[in-house]
Write a protein that binds this ligand. Structure first.
Ligand SMILES: C[S@@+](CC[C@H](N)C(=O)[O-])C[C@H]1O[C@@H](n2cnc3c(N)ncnc32)[C@H](O)[C@@H]1O
Length: 293
């Protein structure tokens, strides 16, 4: 008899096939305890494809013809929760870095690149853009850009539009809401649209962190927060050296509050504050983090 672990036909075999595929494609780890959540996230995919049960769905998504569906599946399985100015201490470090080395670099004609890796609906990238403009209204005239990437095409599309319903705008202080967003009511729903001046600072792109990274330039700051928590240790450990390689020697890597590099020394990083890492090459002593103000 087939071993059923879900209430809607998700068998142990189909769960294992979907979990293996999700891991291989995106690094996502699906725990068997999350079976009912996984079922409910995928149920609309079965409806969209007119497939009656998970056995047929898992066979299809794993097949050669299931290539497009694999992207829909990963999109359905990712957790996209985000907030503006989440974990504010990183934005304070960003402001301090702007004062101490990023603005001087820009003034001397150098480029500054910031990467929001796993950007979800764009709240993190737009929070960075607002922090930059609040620091200096003229900053956009320099060669400074924010790259914001995510594996999920749906969130990338949403973020590119920069239109946030009331429930997704929390975290933006009123003054910034007035300065950087237009408020309108459409069919009874309040929508906040990001101004062109912050949209122009960000390039949103689809990118799987486990694939090749096409970026040619090194980053000054990487925000990769609340992303690797969904990866196992092996996948995380493959990412750290790649972040190190793409980060400038005086750069910063910010992780989410429950994420950490297990052995920073082994991968060329040193801790420089809560969930804040810098390449060892920065020559900074770990106990002398950048001054915040
Ligand atoms: C919980 S959100 C975090 C959003 C934002 N960084 C924050 O901290 O608020 C995690 C995001 O990581 C993305 N993600 C998961 N696996 C990924 C992968 N392999 N490559 C790129 N993005 C991935 C998800 O699609 C999701 O939008």
């Amino acid at each position: 008899m087939t071993d059923r672990i879900g209430d809607n036909g998700l068998t142990a075999e189909s769960f294992a096939a979907i979990a293996q595929l999700a891991y291989r494609e995106s690094g996502l780890q699906l725990a068997v305890e999350k079976t009912s959540m996984i079922q409910s996230r995928l149920r609309h995919r079965l409806r969209a494809l007119n497939i009656s049960d998970f056995e047929n769905y898992s066979a299809f998504v794993c097949s050669e013809d299931g290539r497009t569906e694999r992207r829909h599946m990963i999109s359905a399985l990712t957790t996209n929760v985000s907030h503006f100015f989440r974990e504010k201490h990183h934005f304070d470090v960003l402001t301090a870095a702007l004062r101490q080395n990023l603005l001087p670099k820009l003034r001397s004609g150098q480029k500054v690149r910031i990467w929001s890796a796993g950007c979800s609906n764009g709240q993190e990238a737009f929070s960075i853009a607002m922090t930059l403009l609040e620091f200096s209204a003229e900053i956009a005239e320099f060669d400074i850009r924010i790259l914001a990437t995510d594996i999920d095409a749906n969130v990338v599309r949403f973020a590119t539009e920069g239109r946030y319903p009331d429930r997704l705008i929390s975290g933006v202080p009123d003054t910034l809401l007035q300065r950087y967003f237009d408020k309108e009511t459409l069919n009874g729903e309040v929508i906040f649209s990001a101004h062109k001046k912050i949209r122009d600072m960000v390039a949103f792109k689809e990118l799987n962190l486990l694939s090749n990274w096409p970026m040619k330039q090194q980053m000054d700051i990487i925000f990769c927060r609340n992303v690797v928590i969904y990866f196992d240790l092996e996948t995380q450990n493959r990412l750290w050296p790649r972040f190190h390689n793409i980060l400038k020697p005086d750069g910063y890597l910010f992780l989410g509050h429950s994420e950490r590099i297990a052995e920073p020394d082994d991968v060329g990083f040193t801790t420089s504050g809560p969930t804040t890492y810098r390449p060892v090459a920065a020559g900074l002593h770990p106990s002398t983090p950048l001054k915040e103000s």
